[in-house]
Design a protein around this ligand. Sequence first.
Ligand SMILES: [Ca+2]
Length: 127
Amino acid sequence: MSDVESEKVKIQVIVRTKDTDCAGTDANVFVTLKGEQGETGKMELKTSENHLNKFERGQIDVFHHQIAEIGTVTAMRIEHDNKGLGSSWCVDYVEIHFPHRVYHFDVDRWMEKGRVDTTSIDVDYTG
Ligand SMILES: [Ca+2]
């Protein structure tokens, strides 16, 4: 194992879709974490540990990623590519589970082209 690989941190990204009409999406979803020592770049949330059809109404989906050390997390961006029918999506919250720390981000917003016209939301970590 190289030094670079040994410095990787295993995280879980947990996303809850709101339990409201048409909240679910089939668009491709990405999360970026910003930390005091760097940022992750866009991570695709591709394979949900617990659902074949991810990001549906009221669902909590769990994703696994390995990232380089970025220090204390300061902000999170969640975005989607607006693909698929009914791509609008209402996100309740995102939680990032590090081995020794959990960062909770309340989102509670729609992401879509059209009405609110945003497919990207930045949330600062407020503790
Ligand atoms: Ca879906």
